[in-house]
Design a protein around this ligand. Structure first.
Ligand code: GAL
Length: 664
């Protein structure tokens, strides 16, 4: 199929009459919506009674959409099993960590590991795939909806049995599990796998290994369910399959997307949370390398439910979001939702069209997105996003470790986003790369908040260093084993410490200790659980002042092959801390020879793309204040063909430009 950019919306035809559906399709055409996502909550419409399955309503809608030039992403409806499945069957329901069994209603109320759920999910999916797979309007599939968004690890009896099986597969013998988890502590020792509890209600904290492993077990099971659904669809359709995920959910995205065809995410970041929006683009681009991602859901203006609502976007912002996404590797920019809900619990949520069929406050912005989409489409489809020189490792497995051990309420998403934000502000192009990603082509690697550094990861990072790259390790990296215990050969493991040429003398929380860290000409308070180093071959770059361990190092640097390994043992905080980190990033970006960076002003971004003959900068003002960037050599405006002279390029509020440089 010819490559194009999609502009879409979530559509719920099962909630409306045929007249409204016909009107909606006309209105979609007017608004420039060229793809609709349907079906993800419609199980009871498709199978009102057990085994009474009829997909024809959806076949008809998809055909109507297609006849009007609108393509479809079809979903499996598994987040909302109907009443015939749930009523009188508490054993099929999700059980939370306090042991509360969910009732019918809302969504994600069933246990996705329940054998009967899997059976019914497979049956309905097969019917859908058979009926809808052959339709010409279907360009993609979405499995379920936002796995584990509202729920986390299920504690039901089914999960308990599967957990025991998972442990057996992982450890082989219960003796190995006892050893790995240190179960002599608090008389936790187990004689058989079937004695190992789920980390449910308890008077005090559970064993760290138990909690983290239960999360990894849950990650694996939900990904297996996704695999199972995808395999069924593939029997009937060649269209690519995705899932609409997020960094906020209780899933391992890297594992989840392994057996899917493209990555997609939902985001409802507010206007004033630009990094919270962009981080998704810089991450999801890298779950399926070389493949465009989709923004499957975002609001036209504001998200809302009965209990709360977000701030509406300022006029102009939606278009900036869309252009930035397309430039950073999105093939589609889609809204939740097309027509405002008449019923349910999300009646107030922003949409394209109101429940009474009129434009909403976001409608004008949708038209602006469509104009921009048409304008940039030829340039975007003829180019590819350019790989960054700087990689920041992202790990959902680490998210599990941090959930078990949040220190003082540390939150993985918040930590990673604020670490990442500096790179955006500093105009450094960056990839958030999954833990298992290939590190070829990167010059500078940051590994923050990775509690367990696997030997596989270490070897890939070491190879990057040996060929001349710089690897910055920390903060909060390396201090735990695979089983969420503490290393006993050295604080951060002997292998890592020897590689980095350090010995970790102490690990302790720095907050409230008056410790200052001094490096790159800045002195800043330090925070978080920290590592204090004695160089053993490395040189000290940052030293501690005051506090408990003055004179010791918290940043070190060690030669390795043609490159260097930098240990960052603590988290500088406050304004000075931010400055110190920026100086560190700046220093090592220069040392590593990073060139893919611009002096773009904060609030404006540059997304680099390329063709065989040209480099492109898609420059977008996102904060509504306008901005500037220095153009190094004469260039062309790829949209107007006008010459752009070297020097300062100014952008107005929410303006975007595509600057084209010819490559000699
Ligand atoms: C998403 C979900 C949608 C809708 C939306 C509202 O998390 O997938 O169905 O609830 O949020 O913002």
């Amino acid at each position: 199929m010819e490559k194009r950019l999609y502009h879409g919306a979530a559509f719920y035809p099962e909630l409306w009459s045929s007249d409204v559906i016909a009107q909606d399709i006309l209105l979609m055409k007017e608004a420039g919506i060229n793809v609709a996502r349907i079906g993800e909550f419609a199980w009871s419409r498709m199978e009102p009674e057990e085994d009474n399955i009829d997909i024809s309503f959806f076949v008809d809608v998809i055909n109507q959409l297609h006849a009007n030039g609108i393509q479809t992403v079809m979903c499996t409806p598994t987040p909302t099993p109907p009443i015939w499945f749930t009523h009188g069957h508490p054993e099929r329901m999700y059980v939370d960590e306090n042991g509360t069994v969910m009732g019918h209603g809302s969504r994600q109320h069933a246990c996705t590991n329940n054998a009967y759920f899997r059976k019914r999910a497979a049956i309905i999916t097969e019917h859908i795939a058979k009926a809808i797979g052959p339709l010409p309007g279907v360009i993609g599939w979405q499995i379920d909806n936002e796995f584990k968004a509202h729920v986390a690890e299920c504690m039901c009896e089914t999960c308990k049995d599967l957990w025991h099986q998972w442990l057996q597969d992982r450890y082989g013998t219960v003796e190995r599990l006892n050893e790995a988890w240190g179960t002599d502590i608090w008389s936790e020792y187990y004689h058989r796998f079937d004695q190992v509890p789920q980390p449910g209600a308890a008077p005090f904290l559970h064993n760290s290994s138990l909690r983290t492993m239960y999360q990894l077990f849950s990650y694996e099971k939900i990904a297996e369910f996704s695999d199972e659904q995808a395999a069924i669809i593939r029997n009937y359709s060649k269209a690519p399959i995705t899932h609409n995920s997020s960094v906020a959910f209780h899933v391992d995205n890297e594992r989840l997307f392994k057996n899917l065809d493209f990555a997609s995410f939902d985001t409802y970041a507010n206007f004033d949370n630009m990094p919270g929006y962009l981080i998704n683009c810089d991450l999801f681009r890298n779950f399926k390398q070389g493949k465009d991602f989709w923004i499957m859901e975002t609001s036209t203006s504001f998200s809302a439910s009965l209990e709360s609502y977000a701030k509406p976007h300022p006029n102009g912002y939606l278009r900036s979001e869309a252009v930035a996404a397309y430039a950073l590797g999105a093939e589609a920019f889609c809204y939740w939702l097309w027509r405002q809900q008449r019923a349910g619990c999300e009646q107030p949520h922003g949409s394209v069209i109101s429940a009474w069929g009129k434009p909403t406050v976001g409608y004008q912005s949708v038209l602006e997105v469509e104009q921009a989409r048409k304008r940039i489409e030829p340039v975007i489809v003829a180019s590819r996003p350019t790989q960054a020189e700087v990689a920041i490792t992202y790990s959902d497995r680490s998210k599990a470790f941090l959930k078990t051990e949040p220190h003082r309420k540390l939150n993985h998403r918040g930590l990673v986003t604020s670490f990442y934000e500096r790179f955006v502000d500093m105009g450094i192009h960056r990839d958030l790369t999954p833990e298992g990603a290939d590190l070829d082509g990167y010059k500078l690697l940051f590994t923050p908040f990775l509690h367990y550094v696997s030997s596989d990861y270490r070897e890939r990072a070491k190879a990057l260093v040996e060929r001349g790259g710089i690897w910055v390790i920390g903060p909060l990296t390396g201090g735990r084993t695979e089983n969420h215990t503490v290393h006993t050969d050295a604080a951060l493991s002997l292998e890592l410490e020897q590689l980095a040429g350090v010995e970790t003398l102490f690990t302790y929380p720095m907050e409230g200790t008056t410790t200052l860290g001094s490096a790159f000409g800045v002195s800043a308070p330090l925070s978080m659980w920290s590592s204090v180093f004695e160089p053993k071959g490395a040189s000290a770059v940052g030293l501690l002042e005051q506090g408990l361990t003055p004179g010791k190092a918290f940043i070190t640097e060690h030669r390795c092959g043609k490159g260097r390994i930098v240990m960052l043992g603590s988290m500088p905080t406050g304004e000075e801390g931010d400055l110190l980190l920026r100086k560190l990033i700046d220093h090592y970006a220069a040392e590593a020879g990073v060139t893919l960076r611009t002096d773009v002003t904060p609030g404006t971004i540059v997304a680099p793309r390329h063709t065989d003959t040209h480099d492109l900068w898609v420059v977008v003002n996102m904060n509504g204040d306008g901005g500037t960037v220095t153009i190094p050599v004469q260039a062309t405006d790829a949209l107007t063909q006008e010459i752009i002279q070297p020097g300062t390029l100014e952008l107005g509020a929410f303006e975007y430009r595509i600057v084209q440089f010819s490559r000699q």
